[in-house]
Design a protein. Structure first.
Lengths: 115, 113
């Protein structure tokens, strides 16, 4: 069965510092991995995805994520955090070997960037 | 390109009442999803359509929840009768195909009193 774990409920960083939001996954087939961001009273917005290829994936708003197969991780990173990055972040996984495309989400991590 | 449209934005009902949500996906997107997001949790898939056929409804409480996607475009999700634990945000999403990224609507926030 597929599962996603986001071990931190909240991450606090100072503006200008690098940030990391952690994600580990479990899937029986090939992992398709995604990060979404949710602002208050808004739907989820797609940030980036890993399907195949380079382990370092670049996405929207300066975010990137690194796929690590041996550690089954897909941590979200940004070199320099902005106050406007404060939001709820979700990691999600799909079994790429399945053609149904069911996307399983983690429980979310709140990112708080302080000025 | 217009995004995924959902209505209503908010809904407050009493338990045992019925409620319906509507979703219009991005034009041309064959795959449509309904997710339930309870406060403090990640979204949970309720049902997935490919065109007008159901691909996955394994987590849909079928005794009270129903969904349809007539003509493979718009979709409605209904709850009858509602329970207190149904209070959540109901998110609709669509994608070109099951392997593509999902685009989400703003959701319908349901409060059951």
């Amino acid at each position: 069965a597929q599962s996603v774990a986001q071990p931190e409920d909240q991450v606090n960083v100072a503006e200008g510092n690098p940030l990391t939001v952690k994600c580990t996954y479990s899937v029986s087939g090939n992992p398709y991995l995604f990060w979404y961001v949710q602002y208050p009273n808004r739907g989820l917005q797609f940030l980036l995805k890993y399907i195949t290829g380079d382990n370092l994936v670049k996405g929207s708003y300066g975010f990137e994520a690194e796929f690590n197969k041996s550690q089954t991780s897909f941590h979200l990173k940004k070199p320099s955090a902005l106050v406007s990055d404060s939001a709820l972040y979700f990691c999600a996984v799909r079994d790429g070997s399945s053609n149904t495309g069911k996307l399983i989400f983690g429980q979310g991590t709140t990112l708080q960037v302080k000025p | 390109e217009a995004g995924v449209a959902q209505s209503p934005r908010y809904k407050i009902i009493e338990k045992r009442q019925s409620v319906a949500f509507w979703c219009n996906p991005i034009s041309g997107h064959a795959t449509l999803y309904w997710y339930q997001q309870i406060l403090g949790q990640g979204p949970k898939l309720l049902i997935q359509f490919q065109n007008n056929g159901v691909v996955d409804d394994s987590q849909l409480p079928k005794d009270r929840f129903s969904a349809e996607r007539l003509k493979g475009v718009d979709s409605t999700l209904k709850i009858q009768p509602a329970k207190l634990e149904d209070s959540a945000v109901y998110l609709c999403a669509s994608s070109l195909d099951p392997g593509a990224g999902l685009f989400f609507g703003s959701g319908t926030q349901l409060s059951v009193l």
